[in-house]
Design a protein around this ligand. Structure first.
Ligand code: NOJ
Length: 595
């Protein structure tokens, strides 16, 4: 604890406008998800609701555009709550909706306690959360504490204030190297490419100090040694908690605590420094002091708020982020990074269930999100050249068409992988559009691209716009039903076939597969454990087939190979491909109730 006087749960916060229930001390480490009573709002009262939740990520500017300005908005979400309810998700994770110049898709926040006027108002937010809660869907909001935007009032004040001022101390300013400070303080590169330091102009008009930005130059890193920074984020957490949000997804959770020596190491030295808790930037041990403070705020509410860390750390160091004294959960991207391969999937699952048990949390599972190539496309591209790896690990999309894409095969594997994921114990984080089997949009003209990674790493990366193209709701018409104006990223013609309208009534559509699976997942949910099983009669194909049993007597079987194998005995509950005979086709998952 960094001298805050705020011990976990020690101070009770009285919400002003949006009364929350008082907490009654309940441990966070239970492994069961017992049916909890339902409140008038449609939400259960279970403090462990998140442990096996299906959480649907909404990238708000690309979900649904109600006001017709080409950008998705909060009213668009409210109008589609019935879609989400029908889909059967337990919670929504909402990517940033705060005022922003969109230098990084909203992860450049101007004001943490407001809504971007381009996408709504605080009243729209209240209406949206009321509609979600009324439909029994919880809401997790994204919070971005590593950096603000360069339009945030603090940064504007820092630019107006002199070197050494309190305003500059909220960020990481350094004098430049070279005789007149004309060189950056170090040769560090930002995660998005290009230099990690940008020089400012001092209030008197002279070239001045440099500030650190781990991402785009419009995203200055905050100085978490500054107490005011802590207090302000505690206020933000209470602000949204009082408005009824159920949790927070914490952006770059492993980057907040930095300890930069006077003599900065070079990028090469930084890269060679182990990330064991003492690295100057990433995953420092003291970052957990911040989350202990946050936990104090979370536990002021009943049920306590949940946090989920976006922490790209060595997996052995992940449990600390997910502990009950910390955020409560952490993303595990291992399945997303694995190839479509039985051995890799099995190892990943076993390892992560053990890891989650260490923290007392549940595991999370992710196949797609707004930062990566959609999994239908990854699985449809040839494996990386290195040979060993399986389809699914190819992240290198080139601009324009992707002639090597096997769209059908990719989707087939994606459906099998998704059904596998939804059968696992733990929380499944789904990304908008994956329920439609959407592919990455490769054919975005350079002039329309928005992602800073495209601009900051010329020729190397086309960036992440291809998974952020607005959703197709209808098969035809203006922006495929996304809104009444042209969508802010161009949608390809083939979106028509993937639209909600096209899939709604088609029994075997990907949308209906997700709906069936999510319903069943709720019905079947028991203890968050699994037992791997060997299938009799699978013969030589066992290396390609994975099967596990969940409590309650149902099994999930995935055939990762191309050849069909005998279908195990049992009542078919759902399968990722139509089953016409007594075989389980290649690249197919089935859930079966055992006789
Ligand atoms: C992780 C977010 O998921 C990504 O979209 C963003 O660009 C970076 N953090 C920086 O905020």
């Amino acid at each position: 604890m960094i001298g805050s006087g705020l011990e976990a749960g020690s101070e009770k916060h009285e919400p002003e406008t949006h009364p929350q229930q008082r907490k009654d001390e309940k441990p966070l480490s239970s492994t069961t998800t017992a049916a909890a009573p339902t409140t008038a709002s449609g939400l259960g009262t279970d403090p462990h609701w998140w442990r096996q939740a299906a959480v649907y990520q909404i990238y708000p500017r690309s979900f649904a555009d109600a006001d017709g300005n080409g950008i998705g908005d909060l009213r668009g979400i409210t109008e589609r709550v019935d879609y989400l309810q029908d889909l059967g998700v337990d919670a929504v994770w909402l990517s940033p909706f705060y005022p922003s110049a969109l230098a990084d898709g909203g992860y450049d926040v101007d004001d943490y306690r407001d809504v971007d006027p381009k996408i709504g108002t605080l009243e729209d937010f209240d209406a949206m959360i009321a509609a979600l809660h009324g439909a029994g869907i919880r809401l997790i909001v994204d919070i971005v504490p590593n950096h603000t935007s360069d339009r945030h009032e603090w940064f504007v004040e820092a630019l107006r204030s002199p070197k050494g001022s309190a305003a500059r101390d909220r960020y990481i300013f350094r004098d430049g190297a070279g005789e007149a400070g004309e060189l950056p303080p170090s040769d560090w590169t930002s995660i998005f490419g290009g230099p990690a330091w940008t020089r400012i102009t001092e209030p008197d008009g002279t070239p001045g100090q440099w500030f650190l930005h781990s991402f785009a130059k419009e995203q200055p890193d905050l100085n978490w040694h500054n107490r005011e920074v802590h207090e302000d984020f505690l206020q933000t957490l209470r602000f949204w908690s009082d408005r009824g949000v159920d949790g927070f997804r914490v952006d770059v959770a492993h980057g907040l605590s930095k300890d930069l020596p006077a003599n900065l190491p070079s990028q090469a030295e930084l890269d060679a420094t182990p990330k064991d808790g003492a690295h100057p930037i990433w995953d420092r041990d003291e970052v957990h002091e911040i989350y202990r403070e946050w936990r104090g705020v979370f536990n002021e509410y009943d049920p306590p708020k949940i946090g989920v860390a976006e922490a790209w750390v060595d997996s052995a160091r992940r449990p600390k982020y997910a502990s009950a004294e910390g955020l409560g959960q952490a993303f595990n991207f291992d399945l997303l990074e694995a190839g479509f391969d039985a051995a890799q999937f099995r190892e990943t699952v076993t390892f992560n269930l053990e890891l989650a048990a260490k923290s007392g949390s549940s595991s999370t599972w992710v196949l797609s999100n707004h930062d990566v190539v959609r999994h239908a496309t990854r699985y449809g591209l040839p494996a990386k050249a290195s040979g060993e790896e399986k389809a699914g690990t190819n992240w290198l999309l080139t601009a324009g068409a992707t002639p090597e894409l096997q769209a059908e095969s990719g989707l087939r594997k994606a459906r099998a992988a998704s059904l596998f994921e939804l059968a696992l114990p733990g929380s499944a984080y789904l990304y908008q559009g994956e329920e439609l089997g959407l592919h990455e949009v490769a054919e975005i003209p350079d002039a329309d691209r928005q992602d800073p990674t495209f601009f900051r790493s010329p020729g190397l990366s086309v960036g992440r716009d291809g998974c952020r193209v607005p959703l197709p709701w209808s098969s035809a018409g203006q922006s495929f039903g996304f809104g009444e104006a042209e969508a802010h990223l161009p949608q390809p013609e083939w979106f028509s076939r993937y639209s909600v309208q096209a899939q709604d009534a088609a029994q075997d559509s990907t949308l209906n597969l997700y709906r069936r699976a999510l319903r069943l997942r709720r019905e079947l949910q028991g203890e968050d454990t699994l037992e791997w099983i060997e299938l009799p009669g699978a013969g030589d194909s066992t290396t390609e087939v994975l099967a596990f049993r969940r409590p309650g007597g149902w099994i999930c079987v995935t055939n990762f190979g191309e050849q069909a194998v005998p279908l195990p005995a049992g009542e078919v509950l759902v399968s990722s491909q139509p089953l016409n005979s007594e075989v389980l086709p290649g690249e197919t998952t089935v859930w079966l109730r055992e006789h």
